[in-house]
Design a protein around this ligand. Structure first.
Ligand SMILES: [Zn+2]
Length: 218
């Protein structure tokens, strides 16, 4: 099989507001850890940017819009269920290794990502500033929704892609949900595995784990 070296890396190019929002979230985390809860709350509200929501959610609600090549030559195809990896969700050890390799950054588009645990923590601490209604993107904090850490199968699971470290990468919500079970060839994006992970300082706000709980804040 030939190596893909296509020009674009992701369905959409990240916009500057994404990085502004991540900076605000980082400042909010620091403010919270310093006990400046009102400041943290204000920063969290500022990070809830409509432009970030538009970027992450609007276009791919019709996934077919993302398809550039419906049936590429020599592409993988959907397989019968009995030929698929019985483990669809990567195992905990696989997730740990993928995260250690890729860091808190989407391997496709390069934007920062945040584990759902951290979002749940901040939602419990700041329910007004960090709104979250499952399965209703417009009722979710735009940045936490956009930065939602995913474990993406590069070769779709439905095409026989394994749930192992060779086939799973860290991705953001758009690059995972927008990709669905289309292939990188269909989407005309480069295979992220052809580029080494680029370490960044962003820690996914993991420094908040173990932060003061909602009860101790009041
Ligand atoms: Zn992405």
């Amino acid at each position: 099989m030939t190596t893909l070296t296509r020009g674009r890396h992701s369905i959409r190019e990240p916009i500057p507001e994404i990085f502004q929002a991540s900076e605000l979230l980082s400042q909010a985390a620091d403010a919270h850890l310093q006990g400046n809860f009102a400041e943290a709350e204000t920063l969290l509200i500022h990070a809830n940017m409509p432009a970030v929501y538009e970027w992450a959610w609007v276009d791919w609600q019709k996934p077919s819009l993302n398809i550039r090549i419906p049936r590429p030559e020599n592409d993988t195809k959907k397989l019968p269920k009995d030929q698929l990896d019985p483990t669809r969700a990567p195992k905990a050890a696989t997730k740990r290794n993928v995260l250690a390799r890729d860091g808190y950054r989407c391997r496709y588009c390069g934007i920062p990502v945040i584990d759902a645990d951290i979002r749940k923590l901040l939602h419990s601490l700041y329910p007004v500033a960090v709104p979250w209604v499952s399965s209703v993107p417009e009722k979710q904090h735009a940045a936490f929704s956009c930065f939602w850490l995913q474990y993406d199968h590069v070769v779709p699971h439905s095409h026989g892609g394994r749930s192992d470290e060779d086939n799973v990468v860290i991705s953001c919500a758009l690059c995972n949900f927008g990709k669905l079970d289309y292939t990188v060839r269909q989407l005309d994006i480069a295979d992220p595995r052809t580029r080494s992970p680029q370490p960044v300082e962003w820690d996914g706000l993991e420094r908040l784990r173990g932060a003061p709980s909602a009860s101790s804040r009041s």
